[in-house]
Design a protein around this ligand. Structure first.
Ligand code: TXA
Ligand code: MG
Length: 329
């Protein structure tokens, strides 16, 4: 499955060659890069042609802005006009890591990157290969998740190859992502207080411990003029229903189903049609496995995927958010 618009017919090379990735990025081309959350589709954030190529390759609408990735300890002065005190505290405590901050941008950032918004999304990834690459570049990297728009994010180099392999020249292989869901996105209100725009790899509890009470402003819009997250996103192609699994299994007894379960097996369904996220009930492990599980379920010879929520605490909130979006297609 590829976005045909920029297909070369050849499959991307997968490797660990930082110099090769650097050279391609310096030419304005795109590279699949590993991060601790999910793989990104990276291009030079300061070059409009590279940024346009990102939107085209993903078939991503231009109203959905991109995250800019920076190397650790690099000053943000040229990219960001102001850093609220709470933003500094969060960055000091959680970067490198799965936290994205929305900060007032300088004119250096092309408005294409932010879809015309005044704030730019910035994060410093916690992955050795991504950091090494960023340290060798003299520009930051715009990188959305490396999947066609709306589909499940990739957590291995092979996932990127499967979907975008014909559209990009190179994928830097950093192994399976250890967090497995996207970064938490935090903006700031006029008083400098944190506002969470997307639940992700850093829990709400952690944000509040560092920066005080955080308001949730999660976008569930299906209105394409609203930037940010659409309600149907992170979605497999098969229909996914979310709820009490005993009830769902009984209600769909006549259909062929596969299950996404948190920590239990269900005797009514064949074992090879069930994926358990964490036998010990560990939410970090469940997050790490979630997107790979959705891809595998999507490929099973069944009509329907049935899934259950996980506990609504810690990373469980972000997992449940993704499950609800996966169920909205
Ligand atoms: O973990 C992650 O954040 C991954 C890795 C590759 O870093 N990236 C990622 O990017 O998830 P993407 O493009 O799939 O999701 C970025 C989200 C979108 O929902 C977008 O609307 C929001 O960030 N976003 C980006 N810039 C924004 C801005 N200036 N204001 C509000 N939301 C913004
Ligand atoms: Mg994405």
């Amino acid at each position: 499955m590829t976005s045909g618009r920029v297909s070369s017919g050849k499959l991307a090379e997968i490797g660990k060659d930082i110099a090769k990735a650097k050279k391609l990025l310096e030419e304005g081309l795109l590279v699949g890069i590993p991060t601790e959350t999910v793989y990104g589709l990276a291009g030079n954030a300061l070059r409009a042609d590279a940024v346009t190529r990102i939107f085209d390759t993903k078939n991503r609408p231009h109203f959905d802005p991109l995250i800019v990735h920076v190397a650790p300890h690099r000053p943000l002065d040229n990219l960001v006009a102001r850093l609220p005190a709470q933003a500094r505290q969060l960055a000091d405590a959680l970067w490198p890591g799965p936290l994205t901050l929305l900060l007032e941008k300088t004119p250096v950032i092309p408005s294409l990157v932010t879809s015309g918004l005044d704030a730019v999304a910035i994060r410093c990834p916690d992955h050795p290969l991504a950091q090494q690459l960023l340290a060798e570049l003299d520009f930051p990297l715009a990188a959305p998740s490396a999947n066609p728009f709306g589909y499940v994010s990739p957590t291995t180099a092979q996932h990127v190859e499967d979907q975008l392999g014909k559209s990009i020249p190179y994928i830097l292989d950093g192994g399976p992502c250890k967090v497995g869901i996207e970064s938490t996105i935090v903006g700031f209100d006029n008083g400098g207080h944190p506002v969470i725009h997307r639940l992700g790899g850093i829990s709400l509890e952690k944000i509040e411990q560092i920066a005080g009470h955080a308001r949730l402003q999660i976008n569930h819009s299906s209105n394409p003029s609203a930037p940010g997250q659409l309600q149907s996103h992170y979605a497999p192609r098969k229909k996914l229903l979310l709820g009490d699994l005993d009830v769902l299994i009984a209600a769909h007894a006549e259909e062929s189903v596969a299950l996404l379960t948190f920590r239990n097996h269900y005797a009514a369904v064949a074992m090879d049609h069930q994926i358990m996220l964490s036998p010990t009930g560990n939410l970090e492990e469940a997050a790490q496995r979630l997107f790979d599980a959705l891809r595998k379920l999507d490929q099973m010879p069944v009509d329907l995927i049935l899934a259950e929520e996980v506990p609504q605490t810690g990373l469980g909130r972000a997992i449940n958010d993704r499950l609800h979006r996966a169920a909205s297609n």
